[in-house]
Design a binder for this molecule. Structure first.
Ligand code: GDP
Ligand code: MG
Length: 291
């Protein structure tokens, strides 16, 4: 039987852990990356009679432009083909209400040329929020397959499993041409490291990742740029990605603005706060009576 290695990646609060729990049922265990405190959750998911998935629930991250330990954990796994958990398929989890922001990370993962599939979670909120998605258009433009999911309602989880089983048919084409960030610079990079993925080199140059140490030195010696210049190029990368995402969503997503701030959400919030208030109130009462 076959085990497919899957990395679950996404912004914080998109429902990644909820999806993970649905996929893995009760088979999950909690592990640690050596040396740091960030948890890496590992679970197994039975996909069909002969295939299972080993699923790594990575810490939530907004982008691959690492500024935190969490982001470094994600980058170091995705850049290191020798890591035992290097994924066969990257599953990027997003949610309907913050698709634009969530897709930034998706386009970066795509540029690493790992088979990538896109989960759009919280589909149960679409009607309420007046959101419509043109899934075929999004799949074509983002060069991926999409599973529209509600982990709250347990909908669409099977389609994730099916897409993972067939991961070899997922496109590994990038969304953005990395060299468009700075054609002259990337041209030199490409010539110096003809066998390396450009976007991977770019991440090694800009991030404080500590594998590929030798190569990093080599890159640094020949491709030094000032801190300000690197920051400027990073910003340029982000702008280019958002241009692409905006263009894609202009056709791929329709939002009925009149439903954007609805009464139900406000009610939800008030109720949650009230319940929370009661819990604290009675908790304190209990403490007083016990002492
Ligand atoms: P993570 O930070 O990405 O791991 O997200 P979690 O799984 O912890 O979920 C974040 C919040 O989103 C929690 O309050 C969940 O109850 C909620 N959530 C997760 N999935 C869904 C969904 O499909 N629909 C809705 N409406 N809420 C969801
Ligand atoms: Mg989580």
């Amino acid at each position: 039987s076959e085990t497919i290695k899957v990395a679950l990646i996404g912004n914080p609060n998109v429902g990644k852990t909820s999806v993970f729990n649905h996929l893995t049922g009760l088979n999950q265990q909690v592990g640690n990356y050596p040396g740091i405190t960030v948890d890496k959750k590992v679970g197994f998911s039975k996909l069909n009679e002969t295939t299972r998935a080993k699923i790594i629930d990575l810490p939530g991250t907004y982008s691959l432009n690492a500024s935190s330990i969490d982001e470094n954990v994600v980058i170091e796994l995705l850049l290191n083909k020798n890591d035992e958990d290097f994924p066969d398929v990257a599953v990027v989890v997003t949610e309907v209400e913050n698709l634009k922001r969530n897709l930034l990370l998706f386009t970066q993962i795509k540029d690493l040329e790992i088979p990538t599939l896109l989960v759009i979670n919280m589909s149960d909120r679409m009607q309420l929020k007046g959101i419509e998605l043109n899934i075929p258009y999004l799949e074509e433009t983002l060069k991926t397959k999409i599973a529209l999911v509600s982990s709250r309602k347990n909908l669409g989880i099977d389609s994730i499993k099916e897409l993972i089983v067939n991961y070899q048919s997922l496109s590994t084409e990038p969304c953005l041409n990395a060299s468009s960030i700075d054609p002259e610079y990337f041209d030199r990079l490409r010539k110096a490291f003809p066998n390396q993925l450009l976007y991977k080199l770019w991440l090694v140059i800009t991030q404080d990742v500590n594998f590929l140490n030798l190569q990093r030195k080599e890159i640094e010696n020949n491709f030094t740029k000032s801190h300000t210049e690197l920051k400027r190029l990073q910003q340029k990368e982000t702008i280019k990605r958002y241009q692409f995402i905006n263009d894609t969503l202009k056709i791929g997503q329709k939002i009925d603005k009149s439903k954007a701030s609805d009464i139900q959400t406000k009610l939800d919030n008030i109720l949650t706060h009230k319940v929370f208030g009661y819990v604290i109130f009675f908790g304190i009462l209990l403490l007083i009576f016990q002492s």
